[in-house]
Write a protein that binds this ligand. Structure first.
Ligand code: UDP
Ligand code: MG
Length: 311
């Protein structure tokens, strides 16, 4: 019973106490008891000590600590697996997910039994570099077009869902995890609340532009096989064009003889075809890489320590 909040933490020693205080503040306005599952994702600061201290003072706080940094997706999965509540929330430790929204989320779930999950999305990206916002927009356009999923632009992982949806999410135990896609894939009725972007309380984001770029490529590859079709379509197109070109060259030779020219066109064609082949192999390689990791069936994370009361 109650609400379990899962919080992935990577080097969040300063945010955690503030986060806990802020959520506790609003907890009286929610009629369910709240318990916290902090997942220390191999932090190199004293996040784990902060969590231990909190756990010794508060029975409703439990923690899991990884043996190294496995990434936010792995931390989320670990936390969700531990969650016992009838409702489960996912929140960041840096207070970029406003705790007040939890009250609204819970009341939406209470008032409408047909809704299984209340998510959140940011209406603006204040404080974020322009180029990053542009690429983010482009990413959501592409993934929605080619994956048959409905991923909301600006949607955060911050959400409150019913047990049934959580159980469905836990069924997807794949190694290559992309939570935004997984949340959308399991279906269920999700309503979205919007809010203005909040900058993190302390510390810096752990995402560089490059890591976000790689993350979005992962998302597309994990949930769509459309890129594979790209090489097929390009190959087909080139075949058709070269067929006409061949026809043209043969006819021209028959009529006008064979002057030794055409170095430029040959080079252009060779370079173009070479590029196309490498691109196709690259795309295939990406998928084979995924299959490779998936078939190894490695655990998604390794736990080093955890609070005793979480079972
Ligand atoms: N996080 C994590 N493992 C990582 C990176 C991030 O558990 O490898 C956590 C982090 O502590 C935070 C949340 O994921 O609670 C979101 O991270 P961050 O604030 O850096 O990302 P942003 O809000 O900028 O998307
Ligand atoms: Mg953040």
């Amino acid at each position: 019973m109650g609400i379990s909040i899962v919080i992935p933490c990577f080097n969040e020693e300063d945010s955690i106490p503030i986060f806990f205080r802020e959520v506790e503040k609003i907890s009286s306005q929610i009629d369910e008891e709240i318990d916290y599952i902090f997942v220390d994702d191999g932090s190199i600061d004293s996040t784990l000590n902060v969590l231990k201290k909190l756990n010794s003072k508060q029975k409703r706080v439990s923690y899991i600590s990884f043996s190294r940094n496995f990434g936010k997706e792995a931390a989320l999965y670990a936390g969700l697996k531990q969650a016992q509540g009838e409702y489960v929330a996912v929140m960041d430790a840096d207070l970029q997910d406003p705790p007040e929204l939890l009250i609204q989320m819970k009341s939406i779930l209470d008032n409408n039994k047909r809704i299984d999950c209340v998510g959140s999305y940011r209406v603006n990206r204040k404080g974020e570099p322009l180029i990053r916002s542009l690429f983010a927009k482009l990413f959501y356009k592409i993934i929605n077009k080619i994956s048959h999923l409905d991923v909301v632009d600006g949607a955060r992982d911050f959400r409150l869902m019913r047990r049934q949806m959580l159980d469905a999410i836990l069924e997807l135990s794949e190694y290559n995890r992309f939570s935004k896609g997984i949340f959308a894939w399991v279906g269920f009725k999700t309503e979205y609340l919007k809010y203005n972007n909040v900058e993190r309380v302390v510390g810096n984001t752990s995402w560089s532009f490059w890591s976000l770029f790689k993350y979005s490529l992962e998302g597309i590859i994990n949930f769509s096989d459309a890129p594979l079709a790209v090489s097929f379509v390009l190959g087909l197109l080139v075949c058709i064009i070269s067929f006409f070109l061949m026809f043209f060259i043969v006819i021209r030779t028959l009529i006008m003889g064979n002057p030794t020219s055409g170095w430029t066109s040959i080079m252009t064609i060779i370079l173009f075809l070479g590029g196309l082949q490498l691109l196709s192999i690259g795309i295939m390689g990406k998928y084979i890489g995924k299959i490779f990791l998936e078939t190894k069936k490695r655990p998604i994370y390794v736990v080093k320590e955890q609070s005793n009361d979480s079972f």
